[in-house]
Design a protein around this ligand. Structure first.
Ligand SMILES: Cc1cc2nc3c(=O)[nH]c(=O)nc-3n(C[C@H](O)[C@H](O)[C@H](O)COP(=O)(O)OP(=O)(O)OC[C@H]3O[C@@H](n4cnc5c(N)ncnc54)[C@H](O)[C@@H]3O)c2cc1C
Ligand SMILES: *[C@@H]1O[C@H](CO)[C@@H](O)[C@H](O)[C@H]1NC(C)=O
Ligand SMILES: *[C@@H]1O[C@H](CO)[C@@H](O)[C@H](O)[C@H]1NC(C)=O
Ligand SMILES: *[C@@H]1O[C@H](CO)[C@@H](O)[C@H](O)[C@H]1NC(C)=O
Ligand SMILES: *[C@@H]1O[C@H](CO)[C@@H](O)[C@H](O)[C@H]1NC(C)=O
Ligand SMILES: *[C@@H]1O[C@H](CO)[C@@H](O)[C@H](O)[C@H]1NC(C)=O
Ligand SMILES: *[C@@H]1O[C@H](CO)[C@@H](O)[C@H](O)[C@H]1NC(C)=O
Ligand SMILES: *[C@@H]1O[C@H](CO)[C@@H](O)[C@H](O)[C@H]1NC(C)=O
Ligand SMILES: *[C@@H]1O[C@H](CO)[C@@H](O)[C@H](O)[C@H]1NC(C)=O
Ligand SMILES: *[C@@H]1O[C@H](CO)[C@@H](O)[C@H](O)[C@H]1NC(C)=O
Ligand SMILES: *[C@@H]1O[C@H](CO)[C@@H](O)[C@H](O)[C@H]1NC(C)=O
Ligand SMILES: *[C@@H]1O[C@H](CO)[C@@H](O)[C@H](O)[C@H]1NC(C)=O
Length: 670
């Protein structure tokens, strides 16, 4: 029985740890006879109705680590149990259970790294959910035991699929900032080798809350780096870390409709409860089956309740309803001290504020969220393009056309629309614009044709009549999304480009000088970089939800979130990658210069963003930083550019090419 093994393992651990104090060796069988179910896994079933949110727990949330479980385990007098105990925030210090103030997190190979048996005990308490990391592409490399050329071919063929990567414990969508340490050879750098690099050492394949609590307590007590990975889409690989214990929340994907008149705090209306791991398409499909839609993004596989909402979340519906984070009514969260709490307007209101927009992997690990839903509304979409290829249009005429388009940004956003647009310039004299798609929420085709007629007439008058004009009507978000955002554009696993972005504020449209400066900056960067893409929308004011949250205040004035990329070849050296990243940061400076005081979207931002605290969090930063100190004084949770991350650094980095492949250390000695 698992429990027998657990007890025996504990006895062995007690005997083998170099740092144990007094040890009481138990007769394992006797202890098991006393009570087996309370020992392994380290969890208890609580009543599903005991959530402070007033909404029943998902079944995975009713399996918890409680002080009673710890007390029972402690009563067995087995050394090592204290690694799984909760922390007392009030009496917190950076001193770990091991009795020293660590300035760096422990890495494999260090004397303090837990021996294999301790990991076995963790696995037993987790009920077997611990996975020892092996890089996904290890079968491609003869120095790994997994070497298997046939399997390597299979892996290589699927490498760019988000579904494939998210099915793998060490799957990674954006390997760049892990360190590009193990790709299939044909997709990797020249003379590629395979190491774990910035990947975690162990992964907890989470299927209940107790497992998250055990992992959090274990990592905190033993000074291990903890990483949190959901669907793994973060552009800056904020879900990994060398030597870390990874909490993998992707399988927490329950969804429940709470009815049309769900009531909490000041809200009454339709709502869904979603697990943190649900993918966007899954939520869209579920909502649609109930005649509803939700504020979500435009990638099938992005974790709606993970990094997306934590970072704010922009959406085709946001010009109608506000940001995705604004839609959150309550959350269930494992805190850095190991405790599992409900967070809402009335429970932990400070965390309710911070968890909606203040960024992932910072204040706690979210297991589920209650989000507002809306009745389905018809949507008309439009795609069109224009460019210098038409009728010998000159570069200046093209940019006059762009000025016409820019001028429409306030009205289109105020009408509730969403435009995803791009500009491609093969050279200074050869540029094209495309809106693909423009979503007109709650519009018919006839209404949208009327709406765009003045712009189209003006473009035509310039000699650039809109090309490839296609209108389509849909019954709601699900069908509009699946038909206007192609699945095959969701390519992951690549490492030869990187993007950065900027939020362009409405104030620029209210001042002709500013608008002209903005237009000139966008023109220059489009020509220099060859491509840019962006969104035209706004974060609508929505009195039906609580919008007093940690979403970057810059979002509240934004009319466009615009992105720029840097690319390099598969033969680029790390120094060349760093140089390309630096060029990107410099180009983005011209955007920063024309948008003083605004910011950038943390989920789609330059990893080298100067003064990221101001850019990603704005005036919320001091309050967020104070909450980070209050709830996580140990620094259990870390991610690059997350709140409080300036107190840490990763060793061995090339400037402008930061990776998670190094040791995480405190900037200020503890
Ligand atoms: C193809 C594509 C399309 C996109 N489209 C949009 C869009 O339309 N709108 C938009 O706003 N964004 C969009 N994004 C960006 C997206 O919001 C971010 O990549 C987001 O962070 C992904 O969330 P995730 O949970 O899948 O990622 P992860 O990489 O798993 O997590 C992101 C961050 O959140 C943390 N985190 C994850 N889960 C939890 C949890 N349960 N508790 C605490 N912390 C957690 C992680 O540690 C990490 O720091 C897109 C990204 C891609 C790749
Ligand atoms: C152990 O405790 C659980 C929970 O209280 C109880 O259901 C079970 O019967 C106990 N097992 C034994 C062997 O006493
Ligand atoms: C702790 O042990 C006691 C005594 O065996 C038992 O009644 C109780 O249910 C256990 N609690 C938990 C949370 O396992
Ligand atoms: C654990 O130790 C305490 C105090 O030393 C003792 O009273 C208790 O009986 C021990 N428990 C077990 C299960 O041996
Ligand atoms: C937390 O505080 C309680 C009460 O003071 C104490 O019994 C417990 O041992 C403390 N836990 C830790 C991990 O320090
Ligand atoms: C790759 O390996 C070959 C053979 O060892 C060597 O000649 C070459 O310089 C290497 N290329 C790079 C880019 O390191
Ligand atoms: C992780 O857990 C899920 C849910 O139980 C399971 O379907 C999946 O196969 C597991 N993955 C791995 C790699 O163990
Ligand atoms: C572009 O200009 C050339 C030369 O002036 C002319 O021959 C050609 O017909 C023009 N093309 C279009 C599409 O007007
Ligand atoms: C851009 O347009 C201007 C005026 O129309 C023209 O003088 C210039 O040569 C063009 N530049 C390029 C690179 O085509
Ligand atoms: C959608 O449009 C209809 C009629 O055009 C209007 O009555 C309704 O209020 C609109 N819905 C929203 C949410 O704007
Ligand atoms: C189109 O041009 C007219 C006349 O210059 C102008 O008043 C109007 O604002 C323009 N509209 C758009 C949408 O470009
Ligand atoms: C317009 O913006 C410029 C800076 O771009 C500023 O100097 C000027 O004062 C602003 N004008 C008005 C009327 O606000």
């Amino acid at each position: 029985m698992v429990s027998t093994v657990a007890i025996k393992a504990f006895v062995l651990v007690a005997a083998s740890l170099p740092f144990t104090q007094a040890q009481t060796i138990q007769d394992g069988n006797q202890v098991v006879a006393a009570n087996e179910t309370t020992v392994a896994p380290g969890a208890v079933q609580v009543s599903p109705d005991s959530s402070d949110s007033g909404v029943s727990y998902f079944s995975f949330e009713a399996t918890q680590l409680t002080p009673d479980v710890i007390a029972n385990l402690t009563a067995l007098n087995l050394t090592g149990i204290e690694y799984f105990d909760f922390a007392n925030t009030s009496s917190s210090s950076t001193t770990t259970k091991r009795g020293y103030s660590a300035s760096c997190k422990t890495l494999p190979g260090d004397a303090a790294w837990p021996p294999h048996l301790v990991w076995s005990v963790l696995d037993l308490l987790l009920g077997g959910a611990l996975i020892k990391s092996v890089p996904v592409a290890a079968p491609c490399y003869s120095d790994w035991a997994q070497y298997d050329p046939d399997q390597c071919s299979t892996i290589t063929a699927q490498w760019n699929s988000p579904q494939f990567q998210s099915s793998q414990p060490t799957g990674i969508d954006w390997p760049l900032f892990e360190g590009v340490t193990c790709l299939p050879p044909t997709l990797g750098p020249t003379n590629a080798t395979c190491t774990l690099g910035g990947m975690p050492s162990y992964i907890v394949n989470v299927t209940n809350v107790a497992q998250i609590q055990l992992a959090v307590n274990f990592a905190r007590s033993l000074n291990l780096r903890l990483s949190v990975k959901n669907q793994g889409h973060d552009f800056n690989s904020k879900n990994v870390g060398a030597g870390s214990l990874s909490v993998w929340t992707a399988h927490l994907n329950d969804i429940q409709y709470l009815g049309p008149k769900f009531s909490i705090g000041s809200f009454t209306g339709p709502a869904l409860k979603i697990g943190a791991g649900v993918e966007t398409l899954q939520v869209y499909e579920y909502a649609d089956s109930h005649g509803l839609e939700v504020v979500g993004g435009v990638a099938r596989t992005v974790g709606l309740g993970g990094g997306y909402i934590a970072g704010g979340g922009h959406s085709p519906l946001m010009s109608m309803y506000g940001m995705a984070a604004d839609q959150v009514l309550a959350l269930e969260v494992v805190l850095p001290d190991g405790r599992f709490v409900s967070v809402s307007e009335n429970k932990y209101p400070d965390l309710f504020w911070a968890l909606r927009g203040g960024g992932g992997s910072t204040f706690g690990i979210v297991t589920s969220l209650i989000i507002r839903a809306y009745p389905k509304l018809p949507i008309t979409t439009l795609t069109f393009s224009f460019g210098t290829s038409e009728n010998n249009v000159t570069n200046d005429t093209f940019w006059e056309g762009m000025d016409l388009v820019w001028a429409t940004f306030p009205d289109y956003a105020d009408a509730g629309h969403y435009r995803y647009w791009s500009i491609v310039c093969a050279s200074e004299s050869s540029c094209s614009f495309s809106a693909s798609p423009h979503w007109a929420n709650n519009y018919t085709t006839a209404q949208l044709q009327d709406f765009v007629a003045p712009l189209f007439a003006n473009l035509t008058a310039l000699g650039m009549p809109p090309q490839n004009v296609v209108y389509a009507e849909y019954d709601g978000v699900l069908n509009a999304f699946t038909n206007t955002f192609a699945a095959d554009t969701e390519v992951v696993g690549t490492w030869t480009y990187h993007t950065g972005s900027r939020l362009f504020p409405r104030g620029n449209w209210e001042n002709a000088t500013s608008l002209a400066a903005q237009s000139a900056a966008l023109r220059n960067t489009a020509v220099e970089a060859g491509m840019m893409l962006g969104y035209n929308f706004k974060a609508a004011v929505n009195p039906t939800v609580n919008q007093d949250n940690a979403v970057n205040p810059a979002w509240r004035d934004t009319l466009s979130h615009t992105m720029l990329g840097a690319v390099w070849s598969q033969t680029a050296t790390p120094d060349e990658i760093a140089a390309a990243n630096q060029v990107l940061t410099q180009r983005l400076q011209t955007w920063r210069d024309v948008t003083p005081g605004s910011g950038a979207y943390m989920n789609e931002a330059d990893i080298n963003e100067p003064d990221f605290q101001q850019s990603f969090y704005g005036s919320n930063y001091p309050r967020l930083y104070a909450l980070k100190q209050q709830y996580d004084p140990w620094g259990v949770l870390y991610a690059i550019t997350a709140v409080g991350s300036e107190d840490w650094y990763v060793t061995g980095q090339i400037p402008y090419y930061p990776t998670q492949n190094g040791r995480l250390c405190r900037v200020r000695a503890a």
